[in-house]
Design a binder for this molecule. Structure first.
Ligand SMILES: [Zn+2]
Length: 468
């Protein structure tokens, strides 16, 4: 029904002569008044002259030409207080700015919402809106916009973000060069609530100061915390005990599982090495009949070790497909140690099953630890199973709403890291703060944007169904 989309490059690509660029349309506007009210004393002030101002506006994408607004405006003199002023144009453009507000808003949205780098947004503005803004100018606008957003963070932003607060928090820190960013995220709604940028490694005192301020904000709105999830860092337990002594504190399940998976893989590597060492070495030269059989056997063993390496992930995966189960069975044939390793992993996954209570899980964990202690060679490799973090990661079993993972906060950290890596690196503390503030606001509005898209979809599909 529809043809394929076609990639057509912009017609202005490669132009070196300024004269070849599309000529701008001129749109004349008048703000010429005989008298205006004086901004100082409020009385009427007569015009004494006129001037004109040239503004770059969004161009016309259909004709492919830029659009310039030429505004003639009146200049006034107040006889009562002696002040000189020009007719107000601030609804069109900021004072001394060459671009209309529309252009500024589109440019800032491109960077903040779509995450475009400055240079790419500069090209985007020219290609799709036929207005050229140097990328350094865009950068200035975006940074200024971020500065404004910071001011609203503890007031209007928090009001909106906490409007349907779930009571479950997750807290984490992310490091970037000399900076460290502490953030608090709602663990059910996944929206960020507060952050603080430090220019040093965080201490408990920093964390305490940050969380205390956040707690004050909650208290002011009469909101209650019901549970907190963090990673296994030693920064939090004492601070959280102090601020929220009765609320459960969960250590992130993923962080603990990750350690155990790594330990199991390491134990597997050790077993593999042992198997490899047992393979008899073959002599050079033409083998005798007897040696031929030996060769076949050692080739088989070698292949087995190679397969074990290739399919090592089957030992740590939680859910296995039928085909994966089959190939795992083949790998485990006749290997007691390997089978035990997979059983340990199964047991670990069972510990985190929401259906059982914490007491049951702890009992199982105790059994598991005793079992691991019996393995002479694997005991050291599996020492992670004895870490106290494992018990802390089971707290969520007794609290229905408590998030088992700190994924909510990790997600926002990932976004920050991605921006630092591939979009534009921010190197100063105020700029880091500005970027985070902008990002928080962008995130808060995400659901509204999705809603609009949905409405648009519905509006588009309605006439089609009417035709049918
Ligand atoms: Zn006046």
């Amino acid at each position: 029904m529809y043809g394929p989309g076609e990639y057509v490059p912009d017609v202005t690509e490669g132009i070196t002569d300024v004269a070849e660029l599309p000529r701008p349309c001129r749109e004349r506007r008048s703000r010429n008044y005989a008298a205006r009210r004086c901004p100082h004393c409020g009385r009427s002030a007569r015009r004494y002259g006129t001037a004109s101002r040239n503004l770059h506006d969004l161009g016309d994408p259909r004709s492919g030409r830029p659009n310039n607004l030429v505004i003639s405006y009146s200049k006034h003199h107040c006889r009562h207080c002696g002040c000189y002023f020009a007719c107000d144009l601030s609804d069109l453009a900021l004072p001394k700015c060459q671009y209309t507000r529309r252009v500024q808003q589109v440019a800032v949205r491109l960077v903040v919402e779509d995450g475009l780098p400055y240079r790419a947004s500069s090209w985007h503005l020219w290609r799709d809106h036929r207005v050229f803004v140097p990328y350094a100018t865009i950068q200035n606008w975006v940074e200024a916009a971020g500065g404004k957003k910071i001011e609203t963070l503890s007031s209007t932003y928090l009001d909106e973000a906490l409007a349907n607060f779930s009571g479950y928090l997750t807290i984490d820190e992310v490091y970037d060069g000399p900076f460290c960013i502490l953030s608090v995220v709602d663990n059910r709604r996944y929206n960020r609530l507060a952050f603080r940028v430090l220019d040093h490694k965080p201490t408990r005192r920093d964390v305490l100061a940050f969380l205390r301020e956040f707690k004050n904000q909650l208290d002011r709105r009469v909101l209650k915390v019901r549970g907190i999830t963090t990673d296994g860092s030693s920064l939090y337990p004492k601070v959280l005990k102090k601020l929220w002594p009765n609320e459960p504190h969960q250590s992130c399940e993923f962080h603990v599982k990750k350690e155990i998976v790594r330990a199991v893989l390491r134990a597997l590597a050790r077993l593999r090495k042992e198997m490899k060492a047992k393979i008899p070495q073959l002599r050079r030269g033409r083998p005798t009949k007897q040696q031929q059989a030996q060769t076949r056997r050692s080739k088989g063993l070698q292949q087995r070790v190679a397969e074990l390496f290739q399919h090592r992930h089957l030992f740590v995966r939680h859910h296995l497909s039928t085909a994966q189960k089959k190939s795992l069975k083949k790998l485990l044939r006749g290997q007691r140690q390997l089978r035990a390793l997979r059983q340990i992993m199964d047991e670990v996954y069972r510990l985190f099953d929401r259906r059982c209570k914490r007491a049951t899980a702890l009992r199982r964990l105790d059994k598991l630890r005793k079992r691991v202690r019996r393995f002479k060679r694997l005991r050291r490799a599996l020492a992670k199973l004895n870490s106290p973090n494992l018990e802390k990661a089971l707290v969520f079993l007794d609290h229905k709403g408590l998030g088992a993972t700190s994924n909510a906060v990790e997600r926002s950290n990932r976004r920050f890291r991605k921006a630092q890596k591939s979009i534009y690196r921010v190197r100063t503390l105020p700029h880091v703060q500005q970027r985070l503030a902008r990002d928080l606001h962008r995130e808060l509005r995400a659901c509204k944007r999705a809603q609009t898209l949905k409405t648009l979809h519905r509006a588009r599909s309605a006439p089609i169904s009417a035709h049918l």
